[in-house]
Write a protein that binds this ligand. Structure first.
Ligand code: PNW
Length: 448
């Protein structure tokens, strides 16, 4: 049972649902460019229509209302609201104002993500996150948005998954823009991204009365195979917050969240990268270290660890046949929603909100015309059980399912489905899956 103030929500992101990429003077984003090369997207699809939410937002809000959530998390497309001359685009802003009004009319709290990966292409052409001016451009964009949504929105998330913005896009290079960075460039881009965050928080505090602000990183918690082994739990904690040059440091937690919540990069960062550090000033660190109301976090899976016979801490591989979703990184590890929030709270002492959690399945329309998704229902229940368990120990304020409907799943295109609502991309029809009804019931009973 969650307490009565606990927020149940559902989440989406602009590029994944809106379509209408040429409407109302929207300029090109890095994902428009990236999807032009069909080889970048597993099924060769694009987001030109996808859920068609730019045109169907009123239908979206009806669905959200029917689901019974307290809050809807969506993102704003930078290229819709700022033009190529870095001037506000009134028509683009109007879309988000209308969406917020529609939500508020139905008593649903809008939670706005300011950056969910659709960088304007013209800014990428100026160097993207390697451009030291990027945080000034972001600051201006956030100023425009917060003023336009004044009186409508109080809850902001600055950036979704810095890990994907840097690591997946510039190390793994499977997300837009897909250009490879050297270690030195990665550190510079990380620092510029953190400055974007810091400047955005200041603008929000200045422009928005009673604001609540956070950032939404993602992470795969290290899970102890034996929860009663205290040393193992401690090692998992350390693994989770590791920042080492030979590790996937830009895909982990501490390189971003330590400066934001603790005011400085981890000690190992300065040691491991001493020859290639970006220019980091005391003022920068202060700017990045703004007080935040929430630590949002996207959790989908986790990785088990154990001691071997000789007492070495080691990864415990998933055994053959381990429960998985329909996308390669999605093993079903419900304890992620116990240890993840617990470790984060232990380190950062900030109230936690799960900004994304959800399941990718091979959903299709059955003979009876319905979409049955028992796997997703089971996943949600298992994960919520773990969240409820940890909520008795730490301060957890909310939970958002990813996602309202099937949508454009980045480099997987339209081939991967995470929705509570099925989308037939041929006809545009939306069909509520069984999990939609299940989540609706869970909310009604406050997770009982
Ligand atoms: C998130 N991981 O990305 C994104 O915020 C969404 O836009 C996306 O559609 C959703 O999850 C589903 O993929 C993730 O490997 C990035 O831990 C990384 C991971 C999981 C999700």
């Amino acid at each position: 049972m969650f307490n009565k103030d606990f927020i149940f929500g559902v989440a989406t992101a602009s590029y994944q649902i809106e379509g209408s990429l040429d409407a109302d003077g929207r300029c090109k984003s890095i994902w428009d460019t990236f999807t032009e090369d069909k080889k970048n997207i597993i099924d060769g699809s694009d987001a030109k229509v996808c859920c068609d939410s730019y045109l169907k937002y009123k239908d979206d809000v009806k669905l959200i209302k029917e689901l019974g959530v307290d809050a809807y998390r969506f993102s704003i497309a930078w290229p819709r609201v700022i033009d190529e001359n870095n001037k506000p685009n009134k028509k683009g802003l109007r879309y988000y104002i209308n969406l917020c009004k529609e939500l508020i009319k139905k008593n649903i709290k809008p939670v706005v993500t300011l950056y969910h990966w659709d960088l304007p292409q013209w800014l990428e052409d100026k160097g993207g996150f390697l451009n030291d001016e990027i945080s000034n451009y972001f600051e201006y964009y956030v100023d425009v948005v917060t003023k336009a949504l004044d009186g409508l929105v109080t809850d902001y998330i600055t950036i979704n998954e810095p890990q994907c913005v840097i690591y997946t896009s510039h190390v793994a290079c499977v997300f837009a823009p897909g250009t490879k960075y050297s270690d030195k460039e990665i550190l510079k881009a990380v620092h510029n991204l953190l400055l974007c965050h810091g400047k955005a928080v200041k603008v929000i505090r200045r422009n928005v009365k009673n604001s609540t602000v956070g950032i939404a990183p993602c992470s795969r918690p290290a899970i102890p195979v034996d929860p009663n082994n205290e040393l193992l739990v401690q090692k998992c904690y350390e693994k989770y917050f590791e920042c080492k040059k030979e590790g996937e440091y830009a895909n982990l937690v501490s390189i971003y969240s330590d400066p934001i919540f603790l005011g400085d990069y981890p000690k190992s960062y300065y040691e491991d990268f001493k020859d290639i550090l970006p220019n980091i000033t005391k003022e920068d660190l202060e700017l990045i270290h703004q007080p935040l109301d929430f630590l949002y976090q996207n959790f989908y899976s986790g990785t088990y660890y154990n001691f071997d016979k000789d007492g070495n801490f080691k990864l415990e591989p998933f055994y053959p046949g381990f429960p998985v979703g329909n996308i390669d990184w999605l093993q079903v590890v419900p304890e992620a929603l116990y240890y993840g929030p617990k470790f984060l709270y232990q380190r950062y002492k900030t109230p936690i909100i799960i900004s994304e959690n959800g399941f990718c399945d091979n959903d299709f329309v059955s003979l009876d015309g319905k979409v049955h998704d028992p796997g997703r229902i089971d996943y949600l229940r298992r994960y919520l059980n773990e969240l409820e368990r940890v909520s008795k120990e730490i301060d957890v304020r909310g939970y958002f399912v990813w996602s309202l409907f099937d949508n454009f799943e980045w480099n997987s295109g339209l081939s991967k489905r995470f929705g509570l609502v099925y989308v037939d991309y041929k006809t545009g029809e939306r069909i509520k899956k069984d999990s939609f009804k299940e989540y609706k019931n869970i909310i009604k009973k406050r997770g009982e």
